[in-house]
Ligand binder design. Structure first.
Ligand code: ADP
Ligand code: ZN
Length: 707
């Protein structure tokens, strides 16, 4: 029997497994059940595709998304694997062919939709011997997931019938309740749960709050124009918006189409197909778009509105950068979005749960700390190192004494009898002469015009923080009016001090829009030539371009410029079958250019190595964390994160300057009590705030090194 490593290299052309893939494959091969939770783009498919190739009989993959099935089968076929899909989209003739190849033992993987499964099961399917049962998008079986599908409820019968066959449930939804529910509903037997890290370091994260329509339009158009030809998705809440944004983009010379549930299914297929084939650059869509496609080179995703929960949002942005190359995500939101979202779920039985989820989403949007860490902690993952690839890490705002600002704002809210929303309050503070103000006689109150020194945007920024910090509340059930809270009193009556991040006129900034991320050793002329060749190839064989070769593979080709098949086969994504089928043509192109010697893969290149190295260099020159932070124009916290990482990597960094031995020992004691957890929050709570988060993080680095 071939080993998993050999199959990975020869069939898929990859050099090494990603985290957990090997463990999962070995577990499944040994005949046990598994529940696999990995973020979108994490590499779930290989976890069952490799066992499928190692097992004697066919592997049955239940998958709800017809286009995704086609995509996976195309990709497998391009790699020389015998796979097929069976659903309502294929003819009876094709069905007969598939059934035949399933029974004569040629077929290794059979993808089937839950609807077709039930029908097929009543006739031919029950006679087929299968080796492995895979349930993809397994969260669809649970009411607690965010995408329940009634057809999935029937899978348990099929599972019972194949009780002796190992089963594997696969999902990108990490929610704990859903996880448990999946195992129960699918009748998994003592399944081992494999929970992969949800970190996707190649995705940059940015949020833009309350941007005016015209600013937003010009900002987004500039964003897209600065990424010529880069595929992107613009998500909107309403159908009408998808249409108007698409029209706007086209008017700006950006090739765009819209996509929503109000269109006929053939129109939708056409749009999706054009996007997959890189014939359309930008799709403006409601969130249903993208679910069923595996397009690996989506370079950016923008949300026009606040999503309804973090898991959905993370799945949506996860559709970008599946090839591991940098991709950008931006979320625009408005307070009105919250009202809309709440209206949507008004009649639901799970209203409370949904409201809580919206609240968490809003926390994310309003945060001023590292956004990736917020997401990771939502999924129960501890991460104490700033990611360096979100807007908050990239341009942390300096903090200032904002007591006077807070006093003005809170007293204005109080004098307006807590019955004005943000915009009107800002009008009052800035002494606006508007009808609203005069009608309600707000120009007569004492704080009218008390905040003239700040712009509208500045006030918005500060009020937003006051809400975040708990000094103000937005009454979503009372016309979005601002309300005081118990802590407001501290400021208004007891002279409490308030610190806030200083307002600066921010522009949309994402990591990969900075040039150094694009600086790679690739020959751009060659890359262009390879892309054109790939497009022709894809057209001729009727598959998406990324099925022929991934963007990451093209980039590596353009960097290494191989002159021989043996060098070619070292490139990630060049499996045996692809080298055989495409090798000569590729070499024909690349050998026109001088051979390069770039052993690092694009994956390695985007690892933030250089940033650590820069910090280390300055440290060696004798600078402390604060000084390095100044020099590098990042927060001290970021630098301490670098220190921790460098320390864990064995560099001699003196962390005891930032956390005392006593504090480390306290953390150590508490961890012992908490089963050696690596999570910050429980430790912090157990210590009752005695040691701050940053120090706990450093202590964990020290302790992990001691072990
Ligand atoms: P998902 O978890 O969303 O189903 P996929 O299985 O589609 O993710 O994998 C995402 C991308 O990563 C695919 O293009 C896949 O070929 C690639 N991939 C998966 N495993 C590896 C690996 N070990 N090395 C390199 N690329 C990989
Ligand atoms: Zn960050």
């Amino acid at each position: 029997m071939q080993t998993p490593d050999k199959i990975l290299k020869e069939q898929f052309g990859y050099h090494s497994f990603r985290p957990l893939q090997r463990e999962i494959i070995e577990h499944v091969i040994s005949g046990q059940d598994a529940l696999v939770i990995m973020p979108t783009g994490g590499g779930k498919s290989i976890c069952f595709q490799i066992p499928a190739l190692m097992k004697e009989h066919v592997t049955l993959v239940i998958s709800p998304l017809i286009s995704l099935m086609k995509d996976q089968v195309d990709t497998l076929t391009a790699n020389g694997v015998n796979a097929a899909y069976y659903n309502s989209s294929i003819s009876e003739y094709e069905k007969a062919n598939i059934i035949e190849s399933a029974f004569n033992g040629q077929l290794k993987l059979l993808y089937i939709s839950p609807e077709s499964l039930v029908v097929a099961f009543q006739s031919w399917l029950r006679k087929l011997t299968i080796s492995l049962l895979v349930i993809d998008e397994a969260h669809c079986v649970s009411m607690w997931g965010h995408d329940f599908r009634p057809e999935y409820a029937q899978i348990d019968q099929i599972r019972n019938y194949y009780a002796h066959v190992p089963a594997m449930a696969v999902t990108a939804t990490a929610d704990k309740v859903t996880r448990k529910d999946i195992s129960a509903r699918l009748g998994l037997k003592n399944p081992q749960t494999f929970l992969a890290s949800f970190a996707r370091p190649n995705l940059s994260l940015a949020v833009r709050a309350q941007v005016t329509k015209s600013k937003k339009e010009s900002e987004i158009i500039r964003f897209i124009q600065s990424r010529p030809g880069a595929s992107g998705i613009y998500y909107c809440l309403s159908r009408k918006e998808t249409e108007s944004w698409s029209a706007l983009f086209n008017a700006a010379g950006i090739n765009s189409k819209f996509y929503h549930a109000g269109m006929s299914s053939s129109d939708r297929d056409t749009v999706q197909d054009a996007f997959i084939k890189d014939d359309v650059q930008v799709i403006c869509a409601t969130i249903a778009f993208g679910m069923g496609i595996d397009k690996s080179n989506v370079r950016w995703i923008i949300h026009n509105n606040l999503p309804k929960n973090i898991e959905g949002y993370y799945q949506e942005i996860g559709r970008a950068g599946r090839d591991g190359l940098p991709a950008d995500t931006v979320l625009y939101y408005n307070y009105r979005d919250v009202v809309l979202l709440k209206d949507f779920v008004e009649d639901s039985d799970f209203k409370e749960v949904y409201h809580e989820k919206i609240k968490r989403m809003l926390h994310y949007a309003e945060a001023s700390s590292c956004r990736r860490n917020i997401i990771l902690s939502y999924f129960g993952e501890a991460s104490h190192e700033p990611c360096g690839n979100c807007d908050n890490c990239l341009s942390p705002a300096p903090s200032i004494d904002a007591t006077v600002i807070a006093q003005k704002a809170l007293s204005a809210v109080s004098r307006c009898a807590e019955s004005v929303g943000i915009n009107l309050l800002i009008g009052v503070l800035r002494g606006a002469k508007t009808a609203d103000v005069f009608e309600r006689k707000l120009d007569k109150i004492k704080t009218y015009g008390a905040g003239k020194e700040f712009s509208f945007n500045a006030w918005q920024y500060y009020l937003n923080q006051l809400v975040n910090l708990g000094y103000l509340e937005i009454a979503y059930d009372d016309h979005m009016n601002l309300k005081l809270t118990p802590v407001s009193e501290l400021v208004l009556k007891h002279g409490g001090k308030v610190e806030m991040a200083e307002f600066t006129e921010k522009e949309l900034k994402t990591a990969s829009s900075k040039p150094e991320h694009h600086k790679q050793e690739v020959d751009l002329g060659l890359l262009e030539e390879l892309k054109n060749w790939r497009r022709e190839k894809a057209k001729a064989s009727g598959v998406p371009a990324y099925v022929i070769l991934h963007d990451a593979t093209l980039q590596e080709l353009a960097a290494r410029r191989p002159h021989s098949l043996s060098v070619l086969s070292e490139i990630s994504g060049m499996g045996k079958v692809k080298v055989d089928r495409l090798g000569d043509e590729i070499i024909g192109i690349t050998s026109k250019y001088p051979e390069g010697d770039a052993p690092s893969t694009p994956q390695q290149r985007i690892e933030k190595k250089s940033t650590y190295e820069m910090t280390l260099e300055l440290y060696k020159q004798g600078l402390n964390a604060e000084q390095i932070a100044k020099v590098r124009n990042v927060s001290t916290e970021t630098i301490l994160g670098h220190f921790a990482k460098l320390y864990e990597n064995g560099e001699s960094i003196d962390l005891n300057k930032y956390v005392t031995e006593f504090e480390v020992n306290r953390v150590k004691e508490v961890r012992r009590k908490l089963n050696q957890t690596m999570h910050l929050k429980p430790i912090y709570d157990e210590l009752g705030g005695e040691v701050d988060y940053r120090k706990i993080g450093l202590a964990l680095s020290i302790l992990s090194k001691q072990n």
